[in-house]
Design a protein around this ligand. Structure first.
Ligand SMILES: [Cu+2]
Length: 134
């Protein structure tokens, strides 16, 4: 009886040890690739102000994710090039890959990354962001 209790205690200790190991692994991987909610609490929308000012106060590393949050159907997210960003115009190929779930996560590539809203008038209305990832 006594021996059985001891083994239960040591089993608990072992489980606890692996729980701690598991938790530290999770926190290490969270640090390795970070998630940035675009615009913070304001999310992805027309009244959120300049996204480049938002981006200015943050640092980005290749592999980090930009998370675009908005009511589904109200906007979308299109990864474009520098010219598309400046002109607020996505190519057909880029438009075909538009994300539209309302909670879209896009992984940053090393260098400049450009995203716009593909809805008519939204990019010129401010829904564009460029981010440099180290
Ligand atoms: Cu939009």
């Amino acid at each position: 009886m006594h021996a059985m209790k001891t083994s239960t205690v040591s089993n608990l200790a072992i489980s606890f040890f692996f729980l701690i190991v598991g938790l530290s692994t999770i926190s290490v991987s969270a640090n390795a690739s970070r998630n940035h909610i675009v615009g913070g609490d304001r999310g992805w929308g027309l009244a959120a102000g300049s996204y480049n000012i938002w981006a200015l106060h943050r640092s980005f590393v290749a592999g980090d994710k930009l998370q675009f949050k908005y009511p589904p159907g109200a906007h979308n997210v299109v990864r474009v090039g520098a010219v598309g960003y400046e002109n607020c115009k996505a190519t057909t190929k880029e438009s075909r890959k538009a994300m539209s779930t309302g909670n879209d996560k896009l992984t940053l590539k090393k260098g400049m990354n450009y995203f716009i809203c593909g809805f008519q008038g939204h990019c010129t209305g401010g829904m564009k962001i460029k981010v440099h990832a180290k």
